[in-house]
Design a protein around this ligand. Structure first.
Ligand code: ZZB
Length: 260
């Protein structure tokens, strides 16, 4: 599974993270949240970035920079030549996802140029990607329903409703069957009520991937007018060339067990 690992630079830490990190990082450190995505062409529509509130995250030193992701992902990266020394991924701090909430990060290519917030998503898995998930409510049904839930129950989640940016979702991709806002269309037609409707969300995701990839046309960004099939790699290449992303491969079960 080849992901695009995006570099979202920290602009301002949450108060709890700031306290926890005090003395562990240089004051002017360049720190990045690293979400793993299969949809680089949707990055224009990022509205926030999710972490699992009860999951453990590490801050890892990578040359002169620092990455925030799951320890599992950092380990994998260290065996893909992403860290300067093979197999070495120095961890300078550990934080719980909930301590990171409210942090402001820069979202490359997003229309929200002032940055987006780190928000909680209870369904983030520790066993996939980097355990950091960038939120694109126009094209990801999971992101759409989670954003809706966060906006409705902002107080319960200890966040501000404005952090969710749910009100004016940017259409990025047009498809014949689902229109310009694929995720909204699927959540509504499949009657998905909550981020915990796992089965329906799985079905929605499958449908969104297929329709988007094979029939989608870009209606926003540098590759407006192009088919998603073509734009996907063009956006990925652009992000990598600008130093805003890198390739990250998910080792599959077989490879893992063979190598012990
Ligand atoms: C942005 C994005 C925009 C995504 C979209 C999807 C979609 P898959 O298909 O199951 O392999 N993701 C990544 N890591 C995790 C995790 N640890 N826990 C939960 N979700 C995770 O999943 C890959 C996608 O699931 C990734 O691509 C990421 O969300 C999320 F418009 O990044 B994506 C129809 C999907 N559309």
């Amino acid at each position: 599974q080849e992901y695009t690992a995006l570099k979202m630079k920290v602009k301002e830490w949450s108060e709890t993270a700031q306290k926890e990190l005090d003395g562990k990082l240089p004051a002017d450190a360049n720190v990045f949240f690293i979400p793993a995505t299969l949809r680089p062409e949707t990055m224009y529509g990022q509205t926030s970035c999710f972490v699992g509130p009860t999951l453990k995250y590490g801050v890892f030193q990578c040359g002169s920079e620092y990455f925030v992701c799951s320890p599992r992902a950092a380990r994998n990266m260290a065996y893909q030549g992403i860290f300067p020394e093979w197999g070495v991924f120095p961890q300078v701090a550990t934080l719980l996802g909930k301590e990171l909430i409210g942090t402001i990060v820069n979202a490359p290519l997003s229309i929200l140029t002032e940055g987006v917030r780190i928000l909680p998503m209870e369904t983030v898995k520790d066993t996939k990607g980097t355990a950091v998930v960038t939120c694109v409510p126009s094209d990801s049904p999971d992101d759409y329903i989670t954003s809706l839930d966060l906006a409705k129950k902002a107080e319960y989640y200890g966040i501000q409703k404005e952090w969710v940016h749910f009100d004016d979702i940017l259409p990025i991709i047009s498809t014949p069957s689902f229109g310009d806002l694929t995720a909204k269309h699927l959540v509504e037609t499949l009657k998905i009520q909550s981020p915990k409707d796992t089965k329906k969300l799985e079905e929605a995701k499958e449908k969104a991937y297929k329709e988007g990839f094979y029939k989608g046309t870009m209606i926003y960004g540098d590759f407006k007018g192009k088919k998603v099939e073509d734009a996907k790699n063009l956006v990925r290449k652009q992000l990598i060339e600008q130093g805003l992303a890198f390739g990250y491969g998910e080792p599959d079960g077989k490879v893992m067990s063979r190598s012990g």
